[in-house]
Design a binder for this molecule. Structure first.
Ligand code: JD8
Length: 476
């Protein structure tokens, strides 16, 4: 590491925490962080913000400009405190806050100002690793500014961002809920970062198996003695002594948990980095490789609302051309999309109680496919049928989701919606050349009952008409 002017390799990673409730940080004396401090692996100092105040009431806040509830923390007080963290008592007897610089050491390292705030970027494990790496590099120190009240005057971070001794201002949040101050978030960051500093964890290898490490999935379930507790036995494989089997079981459980609890963690995984066993474990949870080499699923289907009109129209414009026969001209297709698949057309469908628009999606994709069901299916080309008919007018899935369970999930929702609306059967028209679609509908119980012509732009196309009945009260 090239020694930048601020680098003092001999200095332990330094973190100064400033708060009006310094006692909140006493937890840092305990457990792993406490031991790391005792063994000099990290140098954490906690400061009371009020120590830099100069008035009799040790005031740190004032009323908000622009009105509103609560109080705001003063910029001048905060800046004094941040600056004060850089001054060290040279030797015994000198105090930092408000004292003259005589006998006070200035910490040579650049500052990274860490500010917990609900409006910050969510803190992640990769962030914790980056902060631990940076702190171990020896040329920066951290100042954690724990606000209270309605927050800290915004000019503090503005001033800091322009200050040459401050390398970066990092505003972070620990989650989408509101706390009363930054102290708890500071404790979260400190524990997450300090445990990653060299020498702190007794067995750093254990990190690799933790949640959000490696490929970022959740950790597997853990067990210890007694092997039988309250009638609950430890999974046999864990007492089998077969390490390969244990490792495979743990991987499957980790993937299973991630698919069920945190499917939002799956998209970063590329299919190529997953083994056949991984994919099999994920498939059980409805997660499959899409055409785009990323994972799709678990797929869910919801009834679209008027606010989804543009999203559905987009899907329709992207998928309709793919199902069109080769003989359809681009002009025909464009005209058809403009006339029959516009945002306005879908807005009208979405406002019509006789129309059901269903959207298939997963955590990574707001829309993977859609279907349109006319609950009154007695349209012009409707086949003869005793009983209530619904028409499946549109059923499309984006290419990336083809070959996954998405289309089947969408069809299940279509049949459920038709049955719930009291239909006895569903019919549809499908282009006679669209063999994939034909196979898909036949697989879901649709049988050919007739033919029809279908207009796309100026051209007429030949459709098969298919129908399937819905057993009373039960959708597939
Ligand atoms: C810092 C003051 C309280 C917040 C008015 C309630 C982080 N994930 C998180 N939730 N809340 C915080 C957080 C809350 C803080 C401060 C962090 C300083 N408050 C304020 C705005 C609304 N009160 C946080 N990280």
């Amino acid at each position: 590491m090239s020694a930048s002017p601020g680098a003092r390799g001999d200095l332990a990673p330094r973190i100064d925490v400033v708060s009006i409730f310094p006692g909140y940080l006493d937890a840092l004396d305990l457990s792993l962080v406490g031991k790391a401090r005792e063994s000099g692996l990290v140098d954490i100092a906690v400061h009371d913000l009020r120590d830099v105040t100069t008035d009799r009431h040790r005031t740190v806040d004032d009323s908000p400009f622009g009105g509103g509830a609560g109080m705001v923390m003063r910029p001048d007080v905060w800046w004094s405190a941040i600056e004060a963290t850089g001054r060290r008592p040279a030797r015994a007897g000198a105090t930092v806050a408000g004292a003259s610089t005589e006998g006070v050491d200035a910490d040579p390292r650049e500052v990274v100002l860490l500010v917990p705030t609900p409006s910050g970027a969510r803190l992640t494990q990769p962030d914790a690793h980056a902060l631990a790496r940076e702190a171990s590099a020896g040329d920066v120190r951290y100042v954690l500014a724990c606000g209270r009240y309605e927050g800290i005057d915004a000019r503090v971070t503005e001033r800091a961002a322009g200050d040459p001794t401050i390398r970066r201002v990092q505003e972070f949040s620990i989650g989408d809920y509101v706390l009363n101050g930054g102290e708890v978030a500071a404790l979260v960051l400190l524990e997450a970062v300090v445990r990653l500093l060299p020498g702190v964890l007794g067995n750093p290898e254990s990190i690799a198996e933790e949640s959000f490490e490696g490929d970022g999935i959740l950790e597997y379930p853990v067990y210890t003695r007694p092997a039988l507790w309250e009638g609950l036995a430890v999974p046999e494989v864990l007492t089998s002594g077969n390490h390969g089997a244990v490792e495979r079981w743990r991987r499957e459980r980790a993937l299973e948990r991630t698919a069920r609890r945190r499917p939002d963690l799956l998209p970063p995984l590329t299919v190529t980095e997953l083994s056949r066993r991984d994919l099999a474990a994920l498939a059980v949870e409805g997660v499959e490789p899409g055409r785009h080499g990323r994972l799709i699923g678990p797929v869910r289907v919801r009834r679209a609302e008027p606010a989804d009109a543009a999203l559905v129209a987009d899907l329709a414009a992207m998928t309709f051309p793919l199902a069109c026969p080769d003989s359809a001209t681009l002009a025909d297709v464009r005209r058809h999309i403009a006339e029959h698949l516009s945002v306005q057309v879908f807005t009208d469908y979405l406002r019509d109680p006789g129309e059901v628009v269903l959207l298939a999606y997963d955590d990574a994709h707001a829309a993977l496919g859609y279907a349109l069901v006319h609950l009154d299916g007695r349209g012009a080309d409707a086949p003869a049928f005793e009983g209530r008919l619904a028409e499946l007018s549109k059923c499309y899935v984006l290419p990336r989701a083809q070959g996954t369970g998405c289309a089947a999930e969408l069809m299940r929702a279509v049949l459920r919606a038709a049955a719930d609306a009291g239909a006895d059967a569903v019919w549809l028209g499908v282009n006679a050349q669209n063999v994939n679609a034909l196979r898909y509908y036949r697989r879901h119980g649709f049988e050919p009952v007739g033919e029809r012509t279908y207009q796309v732009g100026a051209a007429e196309h030949h459709d098969h008409v298919l129908l399937r009945t819905l057993p009373r009260g039960v959708a597939e």
